[in-house]
Ligand binder design. Sequence first.
Ligand code: MN
Length: 274
Amino acid sequence: MKSEPLTQRLQAQPHWRRIALASDLHLGEQAPRTTAAFLRWLRSLGGRADALLLLGDVFDAWIGDDLLHQPDASPEHQVCEALAELAARDCRIAVQRGNRDFLLSGEFASRCSACLLDDPCVLEVAGQRIVLSHGDALCVDDAAYMQWRRVCREPAWQQAFVAQPLALRREQALAAREQSRAAQAALAQPGDANQQEAMRVLREQAAPWMIHGHTHRPREHWQGGRLRQVLGDWDLDHPERQRAQALWLLPGDGWVAVEREDLLAQLQAAPAAT
Ligand SMILES: [Mn+2]
């Protein structure tokens, strides 16, 4: 597995007027409705978005780019295809890796004409510096997770993992998901981002504004003139917790407007077939 150059600084083009952001879609075979809804949303963005920034956990699991070598119509293939189609309609696509799809790599990126964002990455738009992050690295209070994160981001660990047969990797990914579900269920309150850590990253990046996902707690946190804005996750597969939202950055002349868009009604109303 070759390591890919990651984008650390994303410079918005001067003509960009509408930038869409989303994260934590957790797409895959286990989420057919969410996947179909996301595909519909991607198709609706052509001509409406100048850029699409996906801040991690687009896929519920990603066991290696070579799964794209399989001749099938898997959700992964469909998403890549839809992203490539959107890119062909003049929408710049940037994808950051999350804690579920941290193995997204160069082949995925070139298949869908996307660039891969480092974490953190700084978006420069209309004179503003905005830190983009998945958000798992901010959960520093979870020592066990932070330890696992260090291990699985090691190139040697990743090379050994992807060297295994696909079927075996699938099993391991499933087991890891079950394990993480059990660990989450055992907690009174699932882990959240650490506010002090977020402020430290903002100071380090000389930026007043951060956008991240991962925690599934969409809201705005203000502290000392700095803003931490959290994206929501998507889920249209469980009737009791339907949700789908995007954040829009609307750059003007030296300023940026922000809009949260609830997509649920629009995506539920559309026919289920893609
Ligand atoms: Mn995550």
